[in-house]
Design a protein around this ligand. Sequence first.
Ligand SMILES: [Zn+2]
Length: 197
Amino acid sequence: MNSKQANAVKELAAPVNKVLEELEWDCPECEGYGHRIVHREDFRIIHGDWKPRPCSTCNGTGKIKYSWTPQVGEWCYNERMGSPPELISEVDLSRDTSIRVGQYIWTNPVFRTPILEWKTIEEILEKAGYYFEEPIKRVYGSEGSKCHCVIKKLGNPKPVGVAWADSRIRAVYEAIKELGKEQAKKKGANDEPDKNR
Ligand SMILES: [Zn+2]
């Protein structure tokens, strides 16, 4: 992604990141159990109401939520300052995460919003059980050429995010925004009255 491409989707980066942060998947450490995997052999030895200690990776929830870990070569921007896209040239994860953009080093870049590559987004989606239905490609139609992106969840034939846009990255970002609407609908489904009656 070059700076022009990053700039073209900048205003969608914050809502997209918010949607991604809602995604979760089974903790790879405990495989979703929330505690150390106890084998039958252990049960034979340990009796009573002994419980394994909560998994330290997921704090016993069994789930991992997506959160951005900055990478060298990624674009980000400062949402508060409305800065142009900034390229991350150094990352130090040793104590507080710090990143270098241009001549500046920022510690704990909480106000930075990532402008992720569509491939990176695909990897995050796959962890949470979503996928792009087909390779995102340019389709020629009556309105000229547009890129088409369809997101589905494994085991569900109904798309959860569909978008047409002028570029592949924009199509992905727009489709993720649609996925966000589905997430919000699901959240509000229990307390909102049925409006479609
Ligand atoms: Zn765990």
